[in-house]
Write a protein that binds this ligand. Sequence first.
Ligand SMILES: Nc1ncnc2c1ncn2[C@@H]1O[C@H](COP(=O)(O)OP(=O)(O)OP(=O)(O)O)[C@@H](O)[C@H]1O
Ligand SMILES: [Mg+2]
Length: 238
Amino acid sequence: MSAAEILRVEDIDVFYGASQILFGVSFGVEKGQSLALLGRNGAGKSTTMKAIIGIAQAKRGTVSVRGTQVQKFTPDRIAREGVGFVPEDRQIFPEHSVEDNLKIAIKPGVGGRVDWTLEKIYDVFPILASMKGRMGGRLSGGEQQMLTIARTLMGNPDVVLLDEPSEGLAPIIVEKIGELIQRLRDMGTTLIVAEQNMHFCLDIASHVAVIDKGHIVYRGSIDELRANDDVKKRYLAV
Ligand SMILES: Nc1ncnc2c1ncn2[C@@H]1O[C@H](COP(=O)(O)OP(=O)(O)OP(=O)(O)O)[C@@H](O)[C@H]1O
Ligand SMILES: [Mg+2]
C-alpha cells in the first residue's frame, strides 16, 4: 500500500452461500483520485462495495483504510474509519424533510475533521437549499440521489463510495449528477464510483478498474481506457 493510498482492496474472495462472486479482487485509491469500478450487470460491483463497507464478508484477502485492515470490522466501525457509502437504493427518510435527512447524518470525520457543514452542502447543492422543508419522499429520483450523496458527505468521509449513481435516472438528470460528482472531485474528494455506464465515468474518473464475472480484468488511468478499444468492446457496453 503506497503512503498516499486511502483505501486498498487486496485479493478478496467473496461468496454468497456456496457460490463465489469475487475472485481475488484488488485495487487501491489514493487521496484525491476518483476510481471508476466499471462492469456489466452482475459483474460484482455492488458486492465489491459491500465487501469494503463490511456488509459482505471477504473469505480471503484484506480491505485497508489508511493502512488499517478493516475487513473484520462492523459496518458502523468501517464508516467511522472514514468510508462513506451512497447506496444504490438511496435509503432516504421519506417522512423527514430534506434538512432533517441531512441533519440526522451530521458527524465529524476521522480525528474530528469537519469538511462539510449544512451551509457548504447548500452551496454545492443549491437545489437542496431550495427544497429544505420538503419531505424526502416527495423528491424526484434525481433529487433523492443528490440528497443521498449530500447526506453521505455530512459524515465527513475520507473516501466516498457511490454505487451506480446514474442508475434509473433520465439522461438530463444523469448529466446533472455527473456535473455534481465532477465538482466534488475538483474539490479534492476521494471517490470510488461503481458504474455500468462508461460514458458517465469518462468525465468523472481519474482511474479505472474493470470487473468482469468477479475478476478485475483491467486497471489503468482513464486516458489509457479511452485509448483501449479492445477492453471497451470486450467488457463494457459501448
Ligand atoms: N444476495 C445474493 N445472493 C446470491 N447471489 C447474489 C446476491 N447478490 C448478488 N448476487 C449475485 O452476485 C453476482 C454479482 O452481483 P452484484 O450485485 O455484485 O453485481 P453488480 O455488478 O453490482 O450488478 P448491477 O450492475 O446489476 O448492479 C450476480 O451474479 C448476482 O446474481
Ligand atoms: Mg450493483
